[in-house]
Design a protein around this ligand. Sequence first.
Ligand code: NAD
Length: 270
Amino acid sequence: MGSVSPPKGRLAGKNCIVTGAAGGIGLETSILFAREGANVLMADISGPALEKAANKLKELIPEHQNIDTIICDVSKESDVQAMVAHTDAWGGLDVIFNNAGIMHADDADAVDTPEKIWDLTHNINVKGVWYGCKAAVQSFRKHGKKKASVINTASVVALVGSATPQLAYTASKGAVLAMTRELAIVHAREGYRFNSLCPAPLNTPLLQDWLGDDKAKRYRREVHLPGGRFGEAIEQAYGVLFLASDEASFVNGTDFAIDGGMTKAYVTAE
Ligand code: NAD
């Protein structure tokens, strides 16, 4: 009788959650996590999009470990608690990527941003990340984990201001950055690492649907990217994989910018 060989890879045997898993960064990260031997719980608010994303992942990785899906609105604490509890049957959570986020079309400047857009944005982008961190810490403790990794998606707008305002979004991502830094210090002695991911503008539906065919709006952003192009979701996913893995065991509290050098630019490249 052949014995089942243990999973191989940089996340072999780790139980991971990805929120916003049906979207650009979330799906690419879920694929990489699974390729590297993780059990992956893909969570998203959109059931049909989640199903499509999970099917894509299973097609690419036919010999997979546990790849499960769960519908979860990260702005509802009960949903987030249920999502994390799903990994109890796998032996408890090791990694959570709190990545779900929105950038609303009606988000504007201090004068024109409607309060309901401010609240919606903060409920998802900030409270959603807090709930994810809270449930993760509770789970790590319950399962006696001696090391664990939390990655929270912020943005370059948490590091630099934007002259094309989306004030609620920018403020929400600043909160993610600050919250993650503090959690990194508070939980360091327990072995739980917390890092923020700060992506530059990307080729994902979140931004591209909003830019549409508007060439001027597009150029207004592209000109600030030293390489002259938007980033790809997979380029973020490789960074998340590193932060999730034990290779990053001494990486804690970092604002991990994957931005093609955008936040280091003074004048634009020619
Ligand atoms: P995306 O729109 O492709 O994916 C976001 C996913 O989150 C979608 O599948 C959506 O259904 C899901 N989602 C939305 N609200 C949710 C909720 N309440 N609960 C659970 N899931 C929810 O976007 P993306 O580009 O992959 O963005 C992922 C993260 O990266 C977001 O936090 C975003 O703010 C951040 N980010 C994106 C860019 C960019 O240019 N795309 C730049 C910087 C930061």
